[in-house]
Design a protein around this ligand. Structure first.
Ligand SMILES: C[S@@+](CC[C@H](N)C(=O)[O-])C[C@H]1O[C@@H](n2cnc3c(N)ncnc32)[C@H](O)[C@@H]1O
Length: 571
């Protein structure tokens, strides 16, 4: 069946390629011990049946008797699944059910338990031996508010819900005790604050057997980076070791020895780790035991022993985290950037008053030690303060700005949330505190292939695609310079990758505030820290000049401050 892009976006229908399906089936069955009983195998969102088809072949090879159950809310996909499964593999019974899986499983809260016992006959709670799944990845905005609310209520979820979370819960409730789950989802829950509830749920419900983070290997056409979770349902807490494999494209110019592989599946199947080369690309594969840190928001660390030892050394040498000392804020949000932000205001017919046009630092013009002089962005900033109180400017006092904004009034007034909040139609949605721009600050973009922490003393405004940290006192300035030196180093780039594991495609990293707040800092009074601050001061004054010697010195000082070897490159 030919799927169009909208169908994929609305239903999360990215089918699993056969070889990836085989990899997941193999993984699950490597943990399965047969007791010669007929087993029930479920795919709760089976699409055209790729996963069920793969696992049924493998079950047959192992002479395991099985029944297949597939749900899908899309009848056309199910018809294809029926052709694929029933005609080819008729050995075990197949039930393909055109229903919303999330409504077939009943969350086991006390109240609902009563409901299950008394009413529901076709609920599948605790009936399944093996689940193999690639559930839909659909954001709440696309699900529709009513459906999202119903699902959230049913599963007791709060906040923004991505569909794979209730699916993980529903699948867990469908499994028998000791049942196996092999599921491919976005890898985001491993490393984000918002994934904390997913991690907690999985840790409580499963003996986690293995996590395979397939990172940016682009194994199938999905917008998200995938990871495979393999677990055995356990109501009694398990403390057995859980293993991980992590495969990412190598984009840091590694030039050491590599193993050759026929394709990426060959890399996945290999028992070895290290660097591989296939199809002209290099991949780095690491493996080890997952470290579960028993604190509320701690992410799951997929670190080898060597990596873990290095991280521990740095953590032990630190006296503070950035978040202990400073608040990391996000920049302004206009929600109409094309109207408020430009680099060619002078070319307009009605140029707003110069006093309202403020220099803007944005991800387009920021760099580690300087900002680009050819992209001079300015924001029309209709906010100011009087005696420390923020207010929106009166347009009558600024006729040119008024004229310009009036020309865009229709578009600006269509920002319903702003109007509903009783605000003026020409305001920025998030203006931040106008007084804070006056203070020295450290700024960095949210997404970047390398760290770009820039120090500003010229009162520039920060765009919403960047974060910023303000020096409230003169003493804070030295702290910001220390942070700048550390955050821009290769050492901290390596720390960031290992600890937060949040890479996007093409080697881009997220520099979320939740990560940067967790950067470790050495004692600011040590000689190594003072050296870092003095080098950073020089680097900040070298606009347009060669900085390589100072950057090399900085790398040495940062390593000294943490008591580890100098990092010369990222591999
Ligand atoms: C990512 S695809 C995976 C399909 C198949 N398991 C595979 O791996 O090729 C997700 C499937 O979920 C289906 N789906 C979306 N929401 C669903 C729901 N609430 N209940 C059941 N199926 C659903 C979509 O129609 C789509 O076929």
């Amino acid at each position: 069946m030919v799927k169009n892009n909208n169908l994929i976006k609305n239903t999360g229908a990215t089918f699993t390629p056969p070889r990836l399906a085989d990899y997941i089936s193999e993984k699950i069955l490597s943990y399965y011990q047969s007791d010669n009983q007929l087993i029930k195998v479920l795919d709760p969102a089976c699409g055209e049946g790729a996963l069920l088809s793969s696992i049924s072949k493998k079950l047959e090879n192992r002479n395991i008797k099985y029944e297949l159950i597939g749900f899908d809310s899309n009848i056309d996909f199910l018809n294809e699944a029926s052709l694929n499964l029933v005609s080819q593999y008729s050995k075990g019974p197949v039930s393909l059910i055109n229903k919303d899986f999330l409504k077939q499983v009943i969350p086991p809260s006390k109240q609902q338990k009563l409901f299950v016992d008394s009413i529901s006959t076709d609920c599948i709670n605790e009936t399944i031996d093996i689940i193999i799944a690639n559930p839909p990845y659909v954001r709440t905005q696309i699900l529709g508010a009513e459906y999202a609310q119903n699902i959230a209520k049913r599963f007791g979820l709060k906040g923004r819900v991505d569909l794979y979370y209730p699916f993980l819960m529903g699948m867990t409730y469908s499994l028998k005790e000791n049942g196996l789950l092999g599921v491919i989802t976005s890898n985001r829950y491993l490393s984000t604050k918002s994934g904390a509830s997913v991690r907690k749920f999985l840790k409580e419900q499963f003996e986690i057997l293995e996590i395979i983070d397939l990172g940016d290997t682009k194994l199938f056409d999905a917008a998200v980076l995938p990871a495979i979770f393999i677990g055995r349902k356990k109501t009694i807490k398990s403390n057995k070791k859980a293993y991980f494999v992590k495969i990412y494209e190598e984009l840091n110019g590694y030039s050491g020895p590599v193993k050759s592989a026929s394709d990426i599946y060959d890399v996945m199947a290999s028992k070895e780790k290290g660097y591989f080369e296939t199809d002209g690309k290099k991949y780095k594969k690491t493996s080890g035991v997952i470290k579960f840190i028993p604190s509320k928001d701690a992410t799951w660390a997929l670190l080898s022993n060597e990596e873990n030892a290095w991280i521990n050394k740095i953590n032990n040498a630190a006296t503070n985290l950035i978040g202990d000392l400073f608040k990391v804020r996000v920049g302004i949000k206009s929600t109409a950037d094309k109207i408020f932000i430009k680099d060619d205001w002078e070319s307009l017919e009605h140029v707003p008053e110069a006093v309202l046009l403020k220099d803007l630092i944005s991800q387009e013009n920021i760099d580690a030690w300087e900002i680009s002089t050819d992209k001079k962005l300015k924001v029309l900033y209709p906010h100011a303060t009087k005696n420390g109180k923020k207010y929106t400017i009166n347009l009558e006092k600024f006729p040119a700005a008024a004229k310009y904004l009036e020309n865009h009034k229709e578009k600006l007034s269509s920002r319903k949330y702003l109007i509903d909040a009783g605000r003026k139609w020409y305001e920025l949605w998030v203006p931040q505190n106008p007084d804070s721009w006056q203070k020295p600050k450290l700024i960095f973009p949210d997404i970047s292939t390398y760290p770009r922490f820039y120090f500003d003393e010229s009162k520039k405004i920060v765009n919403g695609n960047c974060y910023w940290i303000v020096a409230e006192t003169p003493e804070d300035v030295n702290y910001l310079l220390l942070i700048q030196g550390i955050a821009n180093s290769l050492l901290m780039t390596k720390y960031h990758s290992l600890m937060f594991n949040n890479k996007l495609y093409s080697g881009r990293r997220r520099y979320f505030s939740q990560y940067v707040e967790k950067y470790p800092l050495p004692d600011i009074n040590t000689a190594a820290s003072k050296k870092i601050v003095s080098i950073v001061k020089k680097l900040n004054n070298l606009q347009g000049k060669n900085k390589s010697k100072l950057i090399a010195d900085l790398e040495i000082s940062v390593a000294n401050a943490f008591g580890v070897e100098t990092i010369l490159n990222l591999d």
